[in-house]
Design a protein around this ligand. Structure first.
Ligand SMILES: *Cc1c(COP(=O)(O)O)cnc(C)c1O
Length: 232
């Protein structure tokens, strides 16, 4: 009779197991779509997560994280940042112009540029801080009144303005309406990006990241599939 069981694998923690599953699913979706898995980045969305969950994610080797709120992200990441020089933080929630400096001091990429006034504020703060902010333009593909994002018809002008102001526009981001098939929204975002020579497509969340990869997503923003359901 065996006197000891094998050492538990790293995936014995529920979070590590979910990371492994999501990463495997991403790779499979890429192969089905004829894409290189290295062309899709998993952004782990850590909003509302406790410190243990963050540390479990870091322990799996995850380094790209998305956060919704500047203040909450500062509390969570300011002390961890120096410990992980390869950390990469992306702001995926709405940004107020009065938080732009803080946001630029913490985040590598702002995914939620959605209005001219914010483009101007990012450019001004970037100049003062000696950096060229990296941004995605968030597009409200479903034309939902309650949702952030520039209207599809206004997206070209905002992209142009941001470029003229010296922002580094890397791509586009969208959050499709919750109650619709996301595929047409992903396709619309992909076409807009192509029209403007943009490479980065941040689209797809826990419920639809596989569909997003099929439509060309380069960054999927996954929260609950990695960390479990959030408290409402
Ligand atoms: C919360 C959030 C996500 C992650 O959502 P899940 O459904 O938990 O994967 C992705 N993108 C944005 C903009 C979010 O606010």
């Amino acid at each position: 009779m065996a006197i000891s069981s094998p050492l538990p694998a790293a995936s014995s923690s529920p979070i590590a197991a979910r990371f492994a599953t999501v990463r495997a699913d991403i790779s499979a979706a890429c192969i089905i779509a004829g894409r290189d898995p290295r062309d899709v980045t998993l952004t782990a969305v850590t909003k509302t997560q406790p410190p243990e969950a963050i540390d479990a994610a870091l322990a799996t080797g995850q380094r790209v994280f998305g956060e919704n709120r500047v203040q909450e992200a500062m509390a969570r990441w300011t002390d961890r940042r120096p410990l992980h020089p390869d950390l990469h933080l992306r702001l995926i929630g709405p940004l107020q112009t009065n938080k732009v400096r803080e946001a630029l001091s913490l985040f590598d990429v702002i995914e939620t540029l959605d209005r001219p006034k914010l483009a101007q504020a990012l450019a001004t703060a970037g100049q003062a801080m000696g950096l060229a902010p990296r941004v995605l333009v968030q597009v409200n593909t479903g034309a939902e009144v309650q949702k952030a994002g520039v209207a599809v018809v206004d997206a070209p002008a905002l992209i142009e303005q941001a470029r003229t102001l010296g922002l580094t526009v890397e791509g586009l981001m969208c959050i499709p309406p919750a109650d619709e098939d996301p595929a047409p929204h992903f396709a619309l975002l992909a076409r807009l990006a192509c029209d403007h020579g943009l490479d980065v497509l941040s689209m797809g969340m826990s419920g639809d990241y596989l569909a997003a990869i099929a439509s060309g997503a380069t960054h999927v923003r996954v929260g609950s599939a990695l960390f479990g359901a959030r408290d409402a």
